[in-house]
Ligand binder design. Structure first.
Ligand code: TRP
Length: 381
């Protein structure tokens, strides 16, 4: 059984369906997924809509998760995720993941979970406190939220993923997964689970896109995002009011490029041909940046250029989305098919896991003999 999986290159990625996806998601992961999908280098590509994980900090709002499953799926389809090549599936409809999580919980200590830096910073963000006598303004720490890295390890290992393309913030989850894999294989003396590798975004400017307000991260809660589903007018308004350099007041003042969101976006999105097409007076971004630094290049001009660059990217995505929006029943079938395939895949891993743990009682009748020997005192060894 182990040999059959050997050498297969399997991708698993996922998103929490808590909102529509924005440019930060695009540069950080979606674009990469499409490239990987079209590279033909992988035997299997799975994209998990992690609705159960989303519930760990939205348990009181399942409607939000339910609604956003369709938003996220439409985003996938409109950026070029092809359901023929990539399996899109819904986490909560994969019961094997729940079973695996439960077994993995035994292989992880609460102390280890408390050290997870991503969970720690998310706890702060949400006002959860782990202390027994946290102050009254702090909410207690829900066990489901606290253990979601274990459930993510179940996601990854259930598909026997070898490659997990995610952002840097997911490094602790991958580390935790690898530990669980080693622990499992060692404890149950079988080489069943696969240690995954993380695949980080290549380009530095793509690792984390700042918000339009210049803050470190584009996020829904900060209201500083440009969404893949935003119409042209909305994008224009957002770009024209973007944060630049507060010290660049008059055109002739010298300007800063570092920390200037417009330039960070240009770095992330402007391709080689953008200049010859829309701003031929510069041959490349470096030249434009030099001019800005010296003084004499106005923000409005930079923003208008950025808008053209973004529209070139966003308008085909928008068109595809509009098309899929007319075919929601088809999108539903895509999710159903993908989830069915994923269910088979993950059930298979679960039976291997149960067999390694020797808790596959109704799959392996030899237990009747073992029990007889046990009861009658004739058991060997
Ligand atoms: N934790 C991931 C995020 O917040 C989402 C996720 C859930 C995921 N399960 C996964 C990512 C498995 C990669 C693999 O973005």
């Amino acid at each position: 059984m182990e040999a059959k999986d050997a050498g297969r290159k399997v991708i698993l990625t996922g998103d929490r369906p808590t909102g529509k996806l924005h440019l930060g998601h695009y540069v950080g992961s979606l674009q990469r997924r499409v490239e990987l999908q079209n590279s033909g280098k992988f035997d299997e590509i799975n994209i998990l809509i992690a609705d159960d994980q989303a519930l760990t900090d939205n348990w009181d709002n399942p409607k939000k998760i339910r609604d956003n499953i369709i938003e996220v799926t439409l985003d996938y389809l409109s950026v070029g995720i092809d359901p023929e090549l990539s399996t899109i599936c819904i986490q909560s409809a994969l019961p094997a993941l729940h079973s695996l999580s439960f077994y993995y919980m035994n292989l992880v200590t609460t102390q280890r979970l408390s050290r997870n830096p991503t969970v720690k910073s998310e706890m702060k963000l949400r006002g959860f406190s782990a202390g027994e006598n946290g102050n009254e303004n702090e909410a207690g720490l829900p066990a489901g939220f606290f253990t979601y890295p274990v459930s993510q390890a179940a996601d990854i290992t259930a598909f026997k993923a070898t490659t997990v393309p995610v952002g840097e913030d997911q490094l602790p989850m991958l580390e935790q997964t690898r530990e669980i894999v080693r622990r499992f294989n060692q404890t149950y003396h079988r080489d069943i689970l696969v240690e995954p590798d993380i695949l980080l975004p290549e380009n530095e400017s793509r690792r984390r896109l700042p918000g339009t307000d210049g803050r470190a991260k584009m996020s829904k809660s900060l209201g500083n995002g440009i969404y893949l589903s935003d119409d042209e007018k909305t994008v224009k308004t957002k770009v024209m009011s973007m944060y630049t350099d507060p010290e660049h007041i008059n055109i002739n003042d010298p300007g800063h490029v570092e920390g200037n969101a417009v330039f960070t976006y240009l770095e992330a999105f402007s391709g080689k041909d953008a200049f010859s097409e829309y701003l031929p007076e510069y041959s490349c971004l470096k030249e434009m940046e030099e001019h800005y630094r010296k003084g004499g290049l106005g923000d409005v001009k930079c923003k208008k250029f950025l808008l053209k660059v973004l529209e070139e990217l966003l308008s085909p995505i928008r068109r595809k989305r509009a098309d899929w929006e007319k075919r929601i029943p088809e999108v539903y079938e895509i999710l159903r098919d993908g989830t069915k395939r994923a269910a088979e895949r993950t059930e298979k891993t679960l039976s291997e896991v149960r067999s390694a743990m020797r808790i596959d009682y109704f799959e392996d009748r030899s237990i009747v003999k073992d029990w007889e020997a046990w009861v009658h005192g004739t058991q060997e060894g």
